[in-house]
Design a protein around this ligand. Structure first.
Ligand code: HSE
Length: 433
């Protein structure tokens, strides 16, 4: 059997997982790839930190040129994460004739057009299954398996850290801070967890999926996003009482006016598949015009699930399948069909959950209802518990609304928060039907 050499840049958590599969399941990988896949070089700046795998003698180096100068290395895996030096290194790998496999969603969301165009010019490929949903094969599903469909919508739980935190808050009544610290200990969170909890990580993944599924060319920073930092234990309790769980949902939905894109903490009805996604798991529900709804569920973060997707990409690249997919998908290419345009966030409609801290006095509910009514927002239900403890004379009031636009809702909330009988800042979350 022939041998093909691969190089890996980034010997961190995922890199170690990739080495484990390539070294410990070499026969299986060889059968699937049709050739032995030899891990020829692993490049990292840290040559001493102990990892839970021992590399063969002479494989670990801090010198990238041991990959770029070795013509026998055909495939290079980038697992450094972040933008720089990852961008420069991926460009160097492409220039030196390597096909690239990457798990780096931040890099693709930021520099996808540059990197893909460069790879096309050089006749090379970039495979990126691990960049979204970790071990869930969502890139292959949307890019290949569902290619007969016009995708109608994508609803994803795309950040494992946020989902883990929300689950811990719900199941253990953990504080947000404790749950975040545990997520970091378990290795789910990014180096800077702000990107996880403020919706940025999910927005980067959504930007990639929206490009793949709809040709949308929306920079992730232009995707409206709200993180989970505003979610309180009280919201989790009220959501449960109303028959919902709170999930950080990334949504891309095709409507006649364009593509609606946003990342928002959302009340999802208890018992529906998305509501049952627990811990660090990710899930993506995709609706296509022919297939209807399909649901993907699995670990979206962590060492071995992510390594599973990376090694699958290595096998596809060795087989030559990644090159065909890369060529035909024409991602971020000017030759691609005209992209759909993203809809103004203010016009995106949905139902809302509001939690206000209000004075428990006559006329307060009428004042709030008046403002909502003035903005054409209709109330579906109201909860105020007689037994609720007062804080500084204020009690929580929870309102579920019928459909309203984001623009109307944000104006109404701004007006409500100015009322002397309301203590800002009110919480507003979206509700999925
Ligand atoms: N920090 C990410 C998450 C890991 O929590 O989902 C994978 O991108």
């Amino acid at each position: 059997m022939d041998t093909v050499k691969v190089g890996l840049v980034g010997f961190g958590t995922i890199g170690t997982g990739v080495c484990k599969i390539l070294l410990e399941a070499g026969d299986r990988v060889a059968r699937r790839a049709g050739r032995r896949v030899q891990l020829a070089k692993v490049v990292d700046t840290d040559l001493v930190r102990p990892r839970d795998i021992t590399l063969p003698e002479g494989v670990l180096t801090s010198d990238l040129s041991q990959i770029t100068r070795d013509e026998e290395i055909k495939v290079a895996i980038e697992l450094i994460g972040g933008l720089e030096p990852a961008r420069t290194i991926v460009l160097q790998l492409l220039e030196s004739g390597k096909d690239v496999v990457t798990a780096n969603k931040a890099l693709l969301a930021e520099h996808g057009p540059e990197l893909f165009n460069r790879a096309r010019k050089l006749g090379r490929s970039i495979a990126f299954e691990a960049s979204v949903g970790g071990g869930i094969p969502i890139i292959a599903a949307i890019g290949q398996c569902l290619s007969a469909n016009q995708i109608r919508s994508i609803h994803g739980i795309l950040n494992g850290t946020s989902n883990y935190i929300l689950t811990q808050m719900e199941d253990q009544a953990s504080s947000y801070e404790t749950a975040l610290a545990n997520a970091q200990k378990l290795g789910y969170a990014e180096a800077n967890p702000t990107m996880d909890v403020d919706g940025s990580d999910a927005a980067q993944k959504l930007a990639i999926l929206a490009h793949l599924a709809f040709g949308a060319r929306v920079h992730w920073k232009n995707i409206a996003r709200v993180g989970i930092t505003s979610v309180d234990l009280a919201d989790i309790r009220y959501a449960r009482e109303l028959g919902y769980r709170i999930k950080l949902l990334a949504v891309a939905e095709l409507v006649p006016e364009g593509l609606e894109l946003h990342v928002s903490p959302t009340l999802v009805r208890h018992g529906t598949p998305l509501a049952e996604v627990r811990e660090n798991y990710n899930a993506i529900r995709v609706v296509g015009d022919a297939v209807g709804g399909v649901f993907f569920h699995g670990q979206g973060a962590g060492q071995m699930p992510t390594a599973s997707a990376v090694v699958a990409d290595v096998i596809d690249t060795v087989l030559g399948r990644a090159a065909i997919t890369f060529r035909t998908l024409e991602l971020w290419s000017d030759h691609r069909e005209a992209p759909v345009s993203a809809r103004d966030w203010a016009k995106v409609a949905g139902r809302y959950y509001l939690r206000l801290m209000v004075a428990d006095r006559p006329g307060v509910l009428a004042e709030i209802a008046g403002i909502l009514g003035k903005h054409e927002i209709s109330i579906a239900s109201v909860i105020q518990h007689e037994t609720e403890e007062e804080t500084e004379g204020m009690v929580p009031l929870v309102i579920m609304t019928h459909h309203a636009t984001e623009g109307a809702m944000s104006k109404a909330i701004a007006a409500i928060d100015k009322l002397p009988v309301v203590r800002p800042k009110s919480v507003r979350l979206r509700v999925r039907e």
